[in-house]
Design a protein around this ligand. Structure first.
Ligand code: SF4
Length: 121
Protein backbone atom coordinates (compact mmCIF):
# COMPACT_ATOMS: atom_id res chain seq x y z
CA UNK A 1 0.00 0.00 0.00
CA UNK A 2 1.46 3.33 -1.02
CA UNK A 3 0.89 6.07 1.46
CA UNK A 4 2.03 9.68 1.45
CA UNK A 5 2.52 11.54 4.71
CA UNK A 6 3.16 15.21 4.07
CA UNK A 7 4.63 17.67 6.52
CA UNK A 8 3.48 21.18 7.22
CA UNK A 9 6.12 23.54 5.94
CA UNK A 10 6.09 27.29 6.04
CA UNK A 11 9.64 28.00 4.89
CA UNK A 12 13.17 26.70 4.57
CA UNK A 13 16.47 28.51 4.81
CA UNK A 14 18.98 29.08 2.06
CA UNK A 15 21.84 26.96 3.34
CA UNK A 16 24.88 29.10 2.53
CA UNK A 17 23.90 32.35 4.26
CA UNK A 18 22.48 30.30 7.10
CA UNK A 19 25.79 28.50 7.48
CA UNK A 20 27.44 31.94 7.41
CA UNK A 21 25.53 32.90 10.55
CA UNK A 22 26.93 29.85 12.26
CA UNK A 23 30.44 30.71 11.14
CA UNK A 24 30.08 34.32 12.22
CA UNK A 25 28.60 33.65 15.65
CA UNK A 26 30.19 30.38 16.65
CA UNK A 27 33.21 30.03 14.37
CA UNK A 28 31.96 26.74 13.06
CA UNK A 29 29.72 25.71 10.25
CA UNK A 30 27.21 24.17 10.13
CA UNK A 31 25.53 23.57 13.47
CA UNK A 32 25.69 20.06 14.84
CA UNK A 33 21.90 20.04 15.00
CA UNK A 34 19.10 22.55 15.14
CA UNK A 35 15.39 22.66 15.92
CA UNK A 36 12.82 25.42 15.97
CA UNK A 37 10.60 26.14 18.90
CA UNK A 38 6.98 26.41 17.78
CA UNK A 39 5.08 29.69 17.86
CA UNK A 40 4.78 31.94 19.75
CA UNK A 41 8.38 31.46 20.93
CA UNK A 42 10.02 31.29 17.49
CA UNK A 43 13.61 30.50 18.42
CA UNK A 44 16.19 28.38 16.65
CA UNK A 45 17.80 25.98 19.12
CA UNK A 46 21.30 25.05 18.06
CA UNK A 47 23.97 22.87 19.55
CA UNK A 48 27.53 23.91 18.85
CA UNK A 49 30.00 21.47 20.32
CA UNK A 50 28.77 21.02 23.88
CA UNK A 51 27.06 24.40 24.02
CA UNK A 52 23.37 25.14 23.54
CA UNK A 53 22.29 28.45 21.98
CA UNK A 54 19.07 30.09 20.87
CA UNK A 55 18.82 32.42 17.89
CA UNK A 56 15.71 34.58 17.41
CA UNK A 57 13.89 33.74 14.21
CA UNK A 58 14.01 37.39 13.17
CA UNK A 59 17.82 37.10 12.95
CA UNK A 60 17.60 34.48 10.20
CA UNK A 61 14.35 35.46 8.49
CA UNK A 62 16.27 37.22 5.71
CA UNK A 63 17.67 33.84 4.62
CA UNK A 64 14.30 32.23 3.87
CA UNK A 65 14.30 30.88 0.31
CA UNK A 66 12.49 33.12 -2.20
CA UNK A 67 10.34 30.18 -3.39
CA UNK A 68 8.82 29.92 0.08
CA UNK A 69 7.38 33.43 -0.29
CA UNK A 70 5.08 32.17 -3.04
CA UNK A 71 4.55 28.56 -1.93
CA UNK A 72 0.97 27.36 -2.40
CA UNK A 73 1.25 24.02 -0.63
CA UNK A 74 2.32 24.61 2.94
CA UNK A 75 0.15 21.77 4.26
CA UNK A 76 0.96 19.13 1.63
CA UNK A 77 -2.48 18.96 0.09
CA UNK A 78 -1.81 15.93 -2.12
CA UNK A 79 -0.80 13.65 0.73
CA UNK A 80 -2.94 11.06 2.50
CA UNK A 81 -2.10 12.56 5.88
CA UNK A 82 -0.66 16.01 6.56
CA UNK A 83 1.20 16.39 9.82
CA UNK A 84 2.77 19.34 11.53
CA UNK A 85 2.98 21.46 14.59
CA UNK A 86 1.50 24.90 14.53
CA UNK A 87 -0.02 25.46 17.93
CA UNK A 88 3.06 24.99 20.06
CA UNK A 89 1.69 22.28 22.33
CA UNK A 90 4.56 20.11 23.46
CA UNK A 91 4.26 16.48 22.39
CA UNK A 92 1.34 17.01 19.99
CA UNK A 93 1.04 17.45 16.25
CA UNK A 94 -1.86 18.53 14.12
CA UNK A 95 -2.99 15.89 11.60
CA UNK A 96 -5.20 16.51 8.58
CA UNK A 97 -6.76 13.33 7.18
CA UNK A 98 -7.12 13.79 3.43
CA UNK A 99 -7.98 10.34 2.06
CA UNK A 100 -9.62 7.10 3.11
CA UNK A 101 -6.18 5.46 3.05
CA UNK A 102 -4.89 8.08 5.47
CA UNK A 103 -7.93 7.59 7.68
CA UNK A 104 -7.37 3.82 7.71
CA UNK A 105 -3.76 4.18 8.78
CA UNK A 106 -4.58 6.70 11.49
CA UNK A 107 -7.30 4.46 12.93
CA UNK A 108 -4.97 1.44 12.78
CA UNK A 109 -2.25 3.37 14.63
CA UNK A 110 -4.78 4.41 17.26
CA UNK A 111 -6.07 0.84 17.68
CA UNK A 112 -2.51 -0.46 18.14
CA UNK A 113 -1.75 2.21 20.71
CA UNK A 114 0.94 3.75 18.53
CA UNK A 115 -0.76 7.14 18.36
CA UNK A 116 -2.93 9.02 20.77
CA UNK A 117 -5.40 11.38 19.16
CA UNK A 118 -7.97 13.91 20.18
CA UNK A 119 -10.27 16.14 18.21
CA UNK A 120 -8.97 19.51 17.20
CA UNK A 121 -11.42 22.20 18.29
S1 SF4 B 1 8.61 25.99 -1.12
FE1 SF4 B 1 6.93 25.52 0.28
S2 SF4 B 1 7.17 23.34 0.81
FE2 SF4 B 1 9.12 24.05 -0.10
S3 SF4 B 1 10.40 24.62 1.65
FE3 SF4 B 1 9.33 26.47 0.96
S4 SF4 B 1 7.44 26.60 2.19
FE4 SF4 B 1 8.26 24.53 2.36
Amino acid sequence: MDLVVGLFCTWALDYRPFAGISQERFETSPFANSTFTPPPERLLNVTVGEEFHQIPLDDIRAFIRPSCQVCLDMTSELSDLSVGTVEGEEGWNTVIVRTARGEDLLRLAESKGVLETRAYP
